[in-house]
Every structure is written in C-alpha cells, then in structure tokens.
Design a binder for this molecule. Structure first.
Ligand SMILES: Nc1ncnc2c1ncn2[C@@H]1O[C@H](COP(=O)(O)OP(=O)(O)O)[C@@H](O)[C@H]1O
Ligand SMILES: [Mg+2]
Length: 560
C-alpha cells in the first residue's frame, strides 16, 4: 500500500498527461456503453419496424459512437505511454545520480548485477506498470461500471445475479497476484545473478580458462539460468491460467444469461432489441472485466518491483553540507581513529599527525587496514575519533570541496573506456594538449601515441602497469594538495616507479604525500613511515627503523 502511494505521488508530476488520458477514458467508456444501449434502437425501431429512417439513423449513430470510442482509445493509449516514458527517463536519471551520490559503504552493499537489474529491468517493469495500470485500473473498471449500468437498466434482476461472480473475481485476484509476485521476484533475482556471472567471465577470463573453473562456472550458470527459466515459465503459466479462468467464468455466466434471457423473450417480457442490447453489453463487458482483474493482479505483483527500486533510491547519500575546504595550511592530525564495519574492528585507535608537505609511507601486511585508513582520509568511511585537516574536523568539512583538493589513487587503477584524452580530462577539464602530453611524459606513458587513442581496460588493451601509468598521469593534471597513493605504483617496474614518484615529488614540493608501498626503496625515499598491524599503529618514525619493525613482525607471522 505504501508503495502504491509512492507511485501515485510520483505520478502527480504528470497530471496534465493524466488528465488528457482520463478524458480519453471518459470518451471511450461512455461511447462503449452508448453502443450497447443504441443497439436496442437499431434492432427494435430500425429492423423490426422496417423503418429506413430508423435503420440509417441507428447505423450512423453507432458508427459515430465507435469513432468517438476510438478517439478516446487513442488519447488513453498515447498519453499513458507518454507519461510512462517520461517517468522512466526521470527515474533512470535518479538511479544513476544516486549511484554517484550515495555513500561508499551503501553502494558497496550492491553488486553490479543487482544494480543493473534495478536500473534496467526493474525500471522497465515499473514503466509498464504505470503505463498500462491507468488503462487497466481506470478505463476498464469505468467501462465495466457503465456497461453494468446498461445491464441493470435493461434487466436489474438478471443483472444482480451477475454479482454472484464478485467473490470469485476477488479470490482470483488474490491468488494470481500472490503467485505472479512470487515468481517475478525469483525471476529478477536470477537475472541479478546471471549478470554477476557474466561480469565474472569478462573480468576473470584468463583465470577461469587456466583454472579448472570452466566446467564449474558452466554448472553454476546453468543452475541460475534454469531458475530464471522456471520462474519465467511459472509466470507464463499463471498468466495464461488467469486469462483462461476469467474467460471460462465469463462464458459460463453468458450461457446462463442467454438461456434465461431467451426464456423471457419467449414469455414476451423482453423485446428482441432489449435482449440484443443486453447481450452486446454482456459481450462488451467481458474484455474490460478481464483486463481490470488482470490489472489488479499485475499491480499487486509489480509493487515488488517498486519496492526494489525504492531500496536503491533510498540509499544513504553523502552529506553535501559543511565548511568549504580551501587548502591545507598546517597539516593532518588523526586522533584515536577507529573504524568498524559489520561489527569487525578494522582500525583500532590510530593516532598520528602529518605536517603539510611531509612525505609519509604507510606499511603493513595485507589486511592491516592501510586502504581503510586512506579511505577515511578521503571521507569515504564512517569512523570514530577525530581526523583534523588543520583546525577543521573532517565531519565538518564539505566533502566535495575536500576531494577537489586531494587525490586518491588505488591499486585497481581506474581507466574509463574511451580515449586517452577523456581519461585525462576527468582529472582537469581545462587541461591543454601540452599539459596532457607533459603529464603523460612524467608518468612514463610511452605507449600512448595519440590523445584520441581508445583505451579500455576490460578488453585488455592496456597492461596492468600501463593502466596504472595512465591513472598516475591524471595526478599531474590535478595538482593535488594532499596525495594518497594506495599501492598505486605496484604494477610498475622498480625503475619506472621511482621515475614517476620522483617526478611527483619534484612537481609538487608543497604537497603532502601519504604513500602505501611495499618496495623498501620507496619507503626509504619518504621522510617518515607508519607501520600498521591488525588495525593498530605499531610504529611511527624513521623509515629505516620502520622496515626493521615491519620485518620482525613479518617473521613472527611466518613463525606462527
Ligand atoms: N567495506 C568493507 N566491508 C567489510 N570489511 C572490509 C571492508 N573494507 C575493508 N574490510 C576489511 O578490513 C580489513 C582491512 O582492509 P584494508 O584496509 O583493505 O587492508 P589493507 O589495505 O591493509 O590490505 C580487511 O580484513 C578487509 O577484509
Ligand atoms: Mg589495501
């Protein structure tokens, strides 16, 4: 119910389209009812009385009503689809924006498959829902009511017996709606998993082929595929069954009424024209009745899709407020920083401070919390304790302005599928060609021959080291005040790595560097080093000493 209210609230924005569609609804349903009424005139006055005038007039009237009905039908069909398309466009935009605005942790809660299914498939279902629901839930019931009025007018006793069908219709709505909803959910969930598996194959092509994983993956894929198939089949079964059920009930009712009405004509209490009008109304009522019932069933099932869309639209967003970050003057001060995610303590009371322009290395074995520390400094991860940029606590700083002045580069170098130029411009849209070539030179991107060359990581056109170099080139264009490098040079050979780092240090002498690195040469090139172990800071000081501490800790791990 809550989801239905949400849908109605959203549709308020398209009220002018909806009004036009509703006008079409009135035109169409009134004309349909008019047709069934006018049949009596045509039969009794035109045909039975053999009146030319009555026949011509009656036929023309019916034709006029039919044309009005079709005009109504056009208005309904066009304007409901028009606002449905508009709303779909609107929501696609919202869902995409949401992905960028949401907090790091809330987006991490979704896989690509789950998100894609919501953006594409769920949205398509939602579009169909709002596109056809007005027709099925407004026009068809309106037509049913008017035709029911005609039936009552012609013979109320006969018609009231029709009401005996209502409980049967209600039960079928409940039953089919529940069944279809259940299988729709299964089908969408299978789709999410299928997309994830496809993604796995694209990302891990070489590993999958060289591990004995191929058969296993085929097997998993087959299972999910089978589930998707079964859910689809079940939905088809219940849809078809629903239609058949409705029409069977309809024909049974018609047969009974035909028999009963025939008796009354024989008795003389009903004219031929009245019976013809009655039967026309009865014929005309079947389709909208069936559609209205199906409409309720579909809305009931599709509200689940609305729920899934709303989960994404309700993702927690990053805060846009806070004071502007104008630049680092003194330094960064971290006090008793703790991070726990899903009940696991990842950083435990870490305290240190870094002067502006200082170059600090961060060491620690895998899983010790190095990446988490850097993510906290960018404002991606909620934490306890304090992180000060100069006097200002990170929670009070506007994250957009902070991130425009700092740069973060992770090991999984991010390369857009597009040209080299596009990949560089995302760091600084105003960069000139000369600046771009200079950045490429400083980050050792010898492999780039033209700025308009297409690069695409997924298609393996770049090696791991080449992607990292291209990502590093962006740093030279952004001119950051704080530079956070998280194993961002790990795929480079030692010589290239020190070449690029030296260039960064020389180009940005004022910039504060925090570099997660494993190569001792890089650590020795820093002024200071921090060593993390299981989320705790166990050393803060001279790089040479840090390496000793790290090695002795490492030996302990080996001994264990
Ligand atoms: N978003 C997350 N959800 C759950 N656990 C996480 C998340 N991010 C990191 N962790 C866990 O925190 C620990 C530290 O991770 P990380 O900071 O990436 O370590 P490092 O970079 O030192 O290898 C790891 O055990 C990792 O599994
Ligand atoms: Mg890491």
């Amino acid at each position: 119910m809550e989801h239905l209210i949400w849908v109605i609230k959203r549709l308020k924005n398209y009220y002018h389209y909806i009004l036009l569609a509703l006008f079409g609804v009135v035109l169409e349903s009134v004309s349909t009812a008019g047709i069934s009424l006018m049949v009596k005139k045509l039969v009794d006055e035109g045909m039975l009385l053999r009146s030319w005038e009555g026949l011509t007039f009656g036929t023309l009237l019916l034709l006029g009503l039919a044309l009005a009905q079709q005009l109504g039908n056009f208005l309904v069909s066009y304007y409901t689809n028009a606002y449905a398309e508009k709303e779909a466009k609107e929501l696609r935009g919202l869902v995409f924006e949401k992905l960028l605005r949401s907090s790091f942790l809330s987006v991490r809660g979704y896989s690509l498959g789950e998100y894609t299914t919501r953006v594409l498939s769920d949205l398509k279902l939602y579009r169909d829902l709002i596109g056809s629901s007005v027709v099925k839930l407004v026009r068809d019931p309106a037509t049913v009511l008017l035709l029911f009025g005609v039936l009552l007018y012609r013979d109320w006793k006969l018609t009231l017996t029709l009401l005996a069908l209502l409980p049967i219709i209600a039960l079928s709505v409940e039953y089919f709606g529940r069944k279809k909803g259940k299988h729709l959910r299964r089908s969408q969930e299978s789709l999410e998993k299928l997309i994830n598996k496809l993604g796995d194959v694209f990302r891990g092509y070489e590993s999958i082929k060289t591990l004995p994983a191929q058969e296993l993956l085929f097997g998993w894929f087959r299972d999910i595929n089978e589930k998707a198939y079964r859910a689809g089949l079940r939905m088809a079964l219940y849809s078809s069954f629903n239609s058949t059920f409705n029409f069977t009930v309809g024909y049974l009712a018609t047969a009974l009424l035909l028999f009963y009405g025939g008796l009354k004509v024989l008795e003389g209490s009903l004219t031929f024209g009245e019976l013809a009008s009655y039967l026309t109304a009865l014929m005309l009522i079947q389709m909208p009745l069936v559609e209205a019932q199906k409409g309720i069933v579909e809305v009931r099932a599709s509200l689940l899709v609305v729920q899934r869309l709303r989960q994404v639209l309700d993702l927690e967003e990053e805060m846009e407020k806070g004071v502007e970050f104008v630049g680092l003057k003194e330094g960064i001060n971290v006090q008793r920083l703790s991070v726990s995610i899903d009940g696991r303590d990842i950083l435990k009371g870490v305290s240190f401070s870094i002067r502006k322009g200082e170059r600090v290395a961060v060491m620690g074995s895998t899983g010790s919390g190095k990446s988490t520390l850097l993510r906290v400094l960018c404002g991606f991860v909620p934490y306890e304790g304090q992180v000060y940029y100069d006097e200002k606590e990170l929670r009070e700083i506007n994250l957009g302005t902070l991130r425009s002045k700092i740069a973060y580069l992770s090991q999984e170098s991010f390369v857009l599928s597009g040209t080299v130029r596009e990949n560089l411009l995302i760091a600084n849209p105003n960069a000139t060609e000369e600046e771009m070539w200079e950045a490429l030179r400083l980050s050792a991107c010898h492999f780039v021959e033209s700025l308009d060359e297409i690069v695409d990581k997924e298609s393996r056109m770049l090696s791991g080291g080449e992607s990292q170099r291209l990502a590093l080139a962006r740093l030279f264009l952004k001119k950051p005040q704080v530079l956070l490098l998280d194993e961002a040079t790990s795929a480079l050979d030692a010589q290239t790595e020190s070449f690029v780092l030296k260039n960064l240090f020389e180009k940005f002498p004022e910039t504060t560097f925090i570099v997660v690195a494993h190569r001792f040469s890089n650590i020795l090139a820093s002024e200071r080093a921090l060593v993390l172990k299981d989320g705790e800071l166990i050393f803060d000081g001279e790089p040479k000493r840090a390496i000793e501490v790290f090695l002795s800790e490492d030996l302990q791990v080996d001994a264990f």
